[in-house]
Design a binder for this molecule. Structure first.
Ligand SMILES: *Cc1c(COP(=O)(O)O)cnc(C)c1O
Length: 471
């Protein structure tokens, strides 16, 4: 080390000196003295390395600022809210359904206080956790009885294990689904202790295929909604009603895993029809399973509705205890289900439906109104254009149906593809990150799910233009 560097190192402030600066004091106030001191030591070590490499020794204030911003960044939640402008309304990786205000309030109230979770207020005796939603579910689906577990994957696992452990389950080859995140029907069957009996072929399954497979060892016949794909062309499946008759002839229950399953008629809100749970129950399924946070628009939960004797058996399964939901979600769920009692106001109160029902024209108006401000923030290097685009429901509902939408297409002006990724990175670093999708050389911000325009603009205002312009 030369004499200059040694002198520069001696010029670095001490930990105590840095701790006396305003930013370090703020760091101590926000994050505690121990953490602040540690961050200052770390910042000093980093500066020392830089000085050794020839940099000028920074002032105590600057080191304090470095420590403060490191602590602030590290304390930001990684589960923080984002703007979902991907165009996929029920985005599994972004947490699926947004809860209705009524559900949020119910959840918060349940978090803050003791609740009559398994306590019957009218008798003062022990109650049932499911009682809070059982009646609503029965009313909304037409099923005899209902229960709730952690998610639909858990619902399927529990149903298979209860009705089919050590026995066989008959499924059409065309319905052996894989849902994202390694939910594969054959694997779930194996874990549930059920022997899978595949019938038919990938594209065609006939009544005689099921009839030929039904025997004393059969525990259930399973029908699975092909949530995320369609088999098209020369195809044949056995309709649920007919399949129910075939199963019942042998005294075997029919289980229908609906996946998304909705409680409302989507056609009423300008969307394509998706089978409702009520229809599926009416078609003769003995058990129907579906998700709480897909089209239903509630918290993550899995529903099992159907025949009272089968639900009773499911409730006796010791696995049920391991898959149950907590009071917070149950409170949000009950409030969400209650909204379905007033179908006229559902689209206004349930965010999932409200967002799905937005008209492309209205979204285009919103895009036109926001474009100048976005363009201003991004500067000359990017062109911002209002475009028509397509949204998707997501989470395996109507996978082939696009919903006409609108948004902003952002392109680097001189056509350097790399900067598009930089733009996406910079938007993800905003205080409330903005998540779009890259398509045909543009970053598309589909505005279907943008309700908080003010928050969006405020977040954009914090954009780091220097990072955007860096080579
Ligand atoms: C989504 C889905 C599941 C899994 O539901 P989760 O709520 O994500 O656990 C199971 N089956 C079908 C048909 C689905 O679409």
């Amino acid at each position: 080390m030369n004499e200059d560097a040694a002198q520069a190192l001696r010029a670095l402030p001490s930990v105590d000196q840095v701790m006396k600066t305003a930013p370090a004091a703020l760091a101590a106030e926000r994050h505690g003295r121990t953490e602040a001191t540690r961050a200052v030591r770390e910042a000093l070590a980093e500066m020392r390395a830089r000085v050794r490499a020839g940099a000028a020794p920074p002032a105590a204030e600057e080191i304090g600022r470095a420590a403060l911003s490191a602590l602030d960044a590290a304390s930001r939640s990684s589960l923080r809210p984002v703007f979902n402008l991907t165009g996929t309304v029920l985005h599994t990786n972004l947490g699926r359904a947004l809860l209705a205000q009524e559900a949020v309030e119910a959840a918060v109230a349940a978090m803050r206080s003791a609740v009559a979770l398994e306590f019957d207020l009218s008798t003062g005796k022990r109650g049932e956790r499911d009682d809070h939603v059982r009646e609503l579910l029965v009313e909304l689906t037409g099923a005899e009885d209902a229960t709730v577990v952690n998610n639909n994957a858990a619902a399927v696992l529990l149903v298979l294990n209860t009705l089919g452990a050590g026995r066989e389950a008959i499924v059409s080859r065309g319905e052996l689904i894989e849902i994202g995140g390694a939910f594969r029907m054959p694997d779930i069957m194996a874990r549930a202790g059920v022997k899978l009996v595949e019938v038919g072929t990938t594209n065609r399954t006939h009544p005689k295929d099921y009839q030929g497979a039904l025997r004393d060892e059969t525990g259930l016949v399973l029908k699975v909604h092909t949530s995320n794909y369609r088999i098209q062309g020369f195809t044949k499946e056995v309709p649920a009603r007919e399949l129910a008759a075939i199963a019942h002839e042998k005294g075997v229950p029919l289980v229908n895993d609906l996946g998304s399953g909705t409680l409302a008629d989507l056609a009423r809100h300008g969307l394509a029809h998706e089978p409702t749970v009520r229809e599926t129950v009416a078609e003769g399924a003995d058990i129907v399973t579906f998700s709480g946070d897909k089209l239903l628009g509630g918290p993550q939960t899995g529903f099992i509705v159907g025949r009272a004797d089968l639900i009773a058996a499911i409730n006796r399964n010791p696995m049920k205890r391991a898959l149950r939901v907590d009071k917070i979600r149950l409170a949000a769920l009950e409030a969400t289900l209650r909204l379905y009692r007033d179908p006229d106001r559902l689209a206004e109160r349930l965010p999932t439906l409200r967002l799905l029902a937005r008209k492309a024209d209205d979204i285009a108006d919103q895009a036109r109104a926001l474009a100048p401000a976005v363009s201003e923030v991004l500067g000359e290097g990017f062109a911002v254009e209002v475009v028509a685009c397509n949204s998707q429901i997501g989470s395996g509902a109507l996978p082939l149906d696009d919903i006409a939408s609108a948004g902003l297409a952002i392109r680097p002006v001189n056509g350097q593809g790399g900067r598009l990724n930089t733009l996406a990175d910079v938007l993800r670093m905003l205080p409330m990150p903005v998540i779009g999708r890259i398509e045909d050389g543009a970053l598309i911000l589909d505005l279907r799910c943008l309700e908080d325009e003010e928050g969006f603009l405020a977040s954009l205002a914090a954009l780091d233009r220097a990072a955007l312009e860096a080579p």
